[in-house]
Design a protein around this ligand. Structure first.
Ligand SMILES: [Zn+2]
Length: 384
């Protein structure tokens, strides 16, 4: 790689056919995402405009109000309609993605697979929607805070707590050797509170630095244990930055906060949006006639949350690459590990794809970052 752009040289080590298919698959994913969102929004508007929710409600509320039954019926019907509308769109998108990757079955197989998601989504809606609508009727002002708070607690408990407690099966210590020694030196140099380095037997597992509250657990997978020490040190150095900066906690808080904002947005905007869709009788968020508009608001909120969460993570991953370079000082090892664990997303996506789908910057940008660091830190004594 002497002379020429090192980034091009590193990218060229990935097979060209794989780079091209990754690019095509990422483009297909964007098309599928756009079609899916458009289908959902159009279906919500159409159901509102047709007055379907109001009609279903009047079927069960002929004499007396039956709010539980009405909300269950409306939510179940809406979930069924939206899930059915998504079947061909989801199948088409996955078929296109598989085609780009040169794998997978035909469109029919994808249709079948997509259809299996319909019943679970209706059942889940029937479990969760009626109690939430009860809460919306009982506490019309406070419900977004209660639901948003419960959502945040669930995200923290499911997303962050297992990491913070470094829970998981008991693991054996990593075998002695150059990899363990190199990683142990990195841990000592960076002052990480980890006493042992463990080995995971899972062949798909790369590595992890987990924990909180002043304790850290470092786990290496079989691939890194068998890799050159520079790769293991570089990869663990990256993960150490996530640990040091509490990135998982931050991203869980972002999603929790976004969930709260989404509920407040439903409370404030769902009824006006339902009326704009044509459901003139929609009174407030607790009214089943507002349901399709609430789903549309939630879908847009999810897009916003994804943009925010991925935006933070891409920034945190630039910082983690920098942390690895500054502490492990293994630029070639970092590039090799990035190539080893490449997730087969386009190395050079368009800005919208990057904003929506990328938690790490694309490989071309990460390689450029490493190349810039290497150019600023020349010499054979980089490791010192
Ligand atoms: Zn990372």
């Amino acid at each position: 790689m002497a002379g020429g752009d090192p980034v091009d040289g590193w990218l060229a080590r990935l097979p060209e056919a794989q780079r091209l298919s990754a690019h095509a698959a990422t483009d297909a994913r964007l098309l599928g995402w756009a079609l899916g969102l458009a289908t959902l929004l159009i279906a919500c508007a159409a159901v509102s405009r047709a007055g379907l929710m109001g009609r279903l409600r009047s079927v069960v509320e002929t004499a007396t109000p039956r709010p539980w039954l009405a909300s269950a019926l409306c939510a179940g019907a809406l979930a069924l309609i939206l899930a059915l509308a998504n079947v061909p769109v989801g199948a088409f998108a996955n078929w296109r993605i598989d085609l780009a990757r040169g794998a997978g079955g035909g469109l029919l197989a994808h249709l079948g697979q997509s259809a299996t998601g319909v019943l679970p989504s209706v059942v889940e809606t029937l479990v969760f929607a009626p109690p939430i609508y009860w809460l919306m009727r009982r506490a019309p002002r406070a419900w977004p805070w209660i639901v948003g708070g419960a959502l945040s607690a669930t995200i923290l408990a499911g997303g962050w707590l297992p990491y913070a407690l470094a829970s998981g099966p008991a693991l054996a210590p990593a075998p002695a050797g150059a990899v363990r020694e190199g990683v142990a030196r990195l841990i000592t140099d960076a002052g990480l509170p980890a006493r042992t380095i463990l080995a995971s037997p899972d062949p798909a597992f790369d590595a992890d630095v987990a924990g909180a509250f002043g304790q850290a657990k470092v786990v290496l997978g079989p691939q890194l244990l068998a890799a050159p020490p520079a790769e293991a040190r570089a990869w663990v150095g990256h993960l150490m930055s996530h640990y040091v900066h509490d990135d998982l906690l931050v991203v869980c808080l972002i999603y929790g906060f976004a969930g709260l904002l989404a509920m407040l947005a439903v409370q404030r905007f769902a009824a006006p949006l339902a009326r704009a869709f044509g459901a003139r009788g929609a009174r407030d968020a607790a009214d089943p006639e507002t349901m399709p508009a609430a789903v549309a608001v939630l879908a847009l909120a999810l897009v916003a949350a994804t943009l925010a969460g991925n935006g933070y993570l891409r920034w945190a991953n630039v910082r983690a690459d920098q942390y690895s370079l500054d502490h492990a000082r293994e630029p070639e090892g970092l590039v090799a590990a990035m190539e080893r664990f490449w997730d087969h997303a386009s190395v050079d996506p368009n800005p919208l794809e990057e904003a929506l789908f990328y938690a790490h910057p694309p490989l071309s940008k990460r390689f450029a970052h490493v190349a810039a660091w290497r150019a600023a830190h020349p010499g054979p004594d980089r490791r010192l």
